[in-house]
Design a protein around this ligand. Structure first.
Ligand SMILES: Cc1ncc(COP(=O)(O)O)c(CN[C@@H](CS)C(=O)O)c1O
Length: 399
């Protein structure tokens, strides 16, 4: 049995999404900017995809949705262009973000610091989330942007976006959220809160890799990151990737239709896996379930290196990760676990398990059994985990 539990890294493209995309590879393959029928015949599909994204996010007609190549591009666009608009060509010089953002935010912030921007990296609490009052205390009259992720890719923990939006509105500061791990997993209603920019990525909700979008409230000014061609109303140049945009529209429609019902089904499977893991001694789950995306578990297994566990799971045809895939090559400690105060040893034991709507009960049963046995195997050879001494009854406790 093969069990894929790394859906926060990327998801399988829903077969219905593949079916929707196919005609735009070799039948209706024209360039949408071409004036002939080969090009204009793609327009209805593009309009439908745009409508599907607006509807899924409850965006207003006054807002803009701009398709990009991925969320990394969307994140770079917001941070670099706010720098151009409000720092280089304005009187601001400060940005606020958190210590646990995705590398596409953190690396861009470090780039902007090299250009002279002051960046505040807010700490997170023991649940791995930043508290809204902390954001308030670091905003000054020089703050150009607040950027806080909607949900953590590592823990699934959901950040107080509504409260932070109200603070940014009160302070007159632009607010961006990296919505990648929220959109398609939990309800997102953009008209119910104050937020200026939201990044998203199709391959997190069963769409294709290589297409994302940026939501821009009230057509807010934002200097383009990519120039030349005036596509997307001059917001982002580059020939539109018609099949992928069609795929993103279909994927977000599928992911957000009856989202509460879907989330409840995923959560039930996730909680069953999590309950079984918590029966194992010396395990720790990061973040309370009630404020977490329904599909994610970040678990620390004392005495078991994360990479060793991944290797053992992989031998059993189970795909998981120690944290974000983009950091998977490094044998670094899990940054979020370090941020919540775990010591370095514990932070090397993190395992991220992330389910999807395609995860079955049989797969969860298999994963539970393999995970329990893997811990026994790995702890028995662990130099840092003393073998449990036999209890009075003579039987060693389950590890
Ligand atoms: C919160 C967040 N923000 C941005 C990205 C990047 O999305 P792209 O469309 O691939 O550029 C990701 C992708 N996180 C994957 C790969 S690093 C993970 O394993 O956690 C993300 O989780």
């Amino acid at each position: 049995m093969q069990v894929y539990l790394d859906n926060n890294a990327t998801t399988m493209v829903d077969p219905q999404v593949v079916e929707a995309m196919l005609p735009y590879f070799s039948e209706q393959y024209g360039n949408p900017n071409s004036l002939h029928k080969f090009g204009t015949s793609t327009h209805p599909a593009l309009a439908k995809a745009m409508d599907q994204v607006y509807t899924a996010l409850n965006a207003s007609d006054n807002d803009d949705i701009v398709f990009t190549s991925c969320a990394t591009e969307s994140n770079n666009w917001v941070l670099q262009s706010v720098f151009i608009d409000l720092v280089l060509n304005g009187d601001k010089n400060h940005m606020v973000t958190t210590e646990v953002e995705h590398p596409s935010i953190l690396a861009t912030c470090r780039f902007l610091e090299e250009q002279g921007v002051k960046v505040t990296y807010l700490p997170v609490n023991d649940q791995g989330v930043v508290e809204a009052h902390t954001v308030r205390s670091f905003i000054t009259d020089k703050t150009a942007l607040v950027s806080v992720m909607w949900a953590s890719n590592e823990t699934g923990m959901i950040f107080p976006i509504k409260e932070i939006g109200e603070i940014c509105k009160e302070k007159g500061v632009l607010f961006h959220s990296d919505g990648v791990q929220a959109i398609g997993k939990i309800p997102v209603d953009l008209q119910s809160l104050h937020i200026d920019f939201v990044s998203m990525s199709a391959h997190k909700f069963h769409g294709p890799k290589g297409v994302g979008a940026l939501y821009i409230r009230d057509s807010q000014k934002l200097t383009p990151l990519l120039h030349g061609g005036e596509h997307m109303g001059g917001r982002r140049s580059g020939t539109l990737n018609v099949p992928y945009i069609v795929g993103m529209g279909k994927a977000i429609e599928l992911a957000t239709t009856n989202i509460e019902e879907t989330a409840a089904k995923i959560r039930k499977k996730r909680d069953r896996l999590e309950d079984a893991i918590m029966q194992i001694s010396d395990t720790m789950i990061v973040g309370d379930r009630e404020n977490r995306t329904p599909n994610t578990i970040l678990v620390s297994v004392k005495g078991v290196e994360g990479e060793s566990m991944l290797w053992d799971l992989n031998k059993g045809d189970i795909g998981a990760s120690t944290g974000s895939a983009c950091a998977s090559e490094e044998l670094e400690a899990n940054t979020v676990m370090l941020a919540i105060g775990a010591d370095n040893e514990l932070a090397h034991t993190g395992i991220r398990l992330s389910l999807s709507r395609f995860t079955t009960d049989a797969e969860i049963d298999y994963a539970i059994s393999h995970f329990q046995n893997a811990v026994k195997r790995l702890r028995s050879i662990s130099s840092s985990y003393a073998v449990q001494q036999p209890t009075k009854g003579g039987e060693a406790k389950d590890c």
